[in-house]
Ligand binder design. Sequence first.
Ligand code: FE2
Length: 122
Amino acid sequence: MSELKLKRCLKCNNLVEVINNSNSAIMCCKEVMQDVVPNQNLEIQEKHIPNYEKVGDKLIITVKHVMEDDHYIEWLMVKGKNITYKKHLLPHEEAIFEVPYEAGAYLYSYCNKHGLWQNEVK
Ligand SMILES: [Fe+2]
């Protein structure tokens, strides 16, 4: 399984996904874009981490986060061995995502204020 690789421009806040990682620098606003690593702040982890439940051959992913106009989960992503699923969310929508079960898949949630969070399906 390959983990998600995101890069952010610290000047304009552009966020890009690296599909093919050659380790060359990616530039934006005349500066090197920085790696986005999953947040590990334990104080707010419970509200951001993508939780999952296996139901039959499905994986139900949920996040216990508020979905307010100015603070919400922007998207959920599942990266499996050969397939990636992504769901965009809007304020007041439920942060829930149902995908086929795959052991070892990486789960991601992205909060507009607290960034990227990661979990792994056991
Ligand atoms: Fe948040």
